[in-house]
Design a protein around this ligand. Structure first.
Ligand code: GTP
Ligand code: MG
Length: 131
């Protein structure tokens, strides 16, 4: 998911270009906006964290781009491509290093496991039920 900061700052095209040129195939894509309720459900795992309210406010603050990507070793390779959660710690050339401003407004989300990738794909795209 390209997060609201990156979409509103005009980085969508450059980020998609980087994803494709890194060998990922886009199999679904959607421009949409999360409500507070849907953002809370998406990040349900962080509900008890002190930053949860800020995270939900931020994630529902503007449009996002959701996508399902395909590649061998996709989870690990995509986490490498996006870089560390805190952009100050993200390797040079990673998406967060290039486009993120802060640990909260960090430009992009990537699934952290195959299981969560299926859940998150279904969150946005019903046809991925049988993955
Ligand atoms: P995602 O790909 O978005 O899931 O990020 P991540 O897997 O690199 O990090 P994590 O799942 O631990 O945290 C989810 C999101 O919560 C992060 O991307 C940040 O936007 C936000 N977040 C994480 N830690 C902090 C924090 O300490 N403060 C604030 N304000 N936000 C945080
Ligand atoms: Mg995460």
């Amino acid at each position: 998911m390209i997060k609201p900061d990156a979409v509103s700052n005009g980085h969508t095209g450059k980020i998609i270009d980087k994803i494709i040129s890194s060998g990922f195939k886009i199999v679904a894509m959607k421009y949409t906006r999360l409500s507070e309720e849907t953002a809370g459900r998406f990040y349900d795992i962080h509900r008890q964290r002190p930053f949860f309210k800020d995270l939900v406010d931020f994630m529902s603050s503007g449009p996002i781009v959701a996508a399902v990507l395909e590649k061998d070793n996709a989870i690990e390779d995509f986490r490498k491509l996006i870089g560390a959660t805190d952009p100050q710690k993200a390797e040079p050339g990673t998406i967060r290093n290039l486009f993120a401003k802060s640990i909260e407004a960090n430009a992009i989300h990537g699934s952290d496991s195959n299981e969560n990738a299926i859940i998150e794909a279904n969150f946005f795209f019903n046809q991925f039920e049988r993955f």
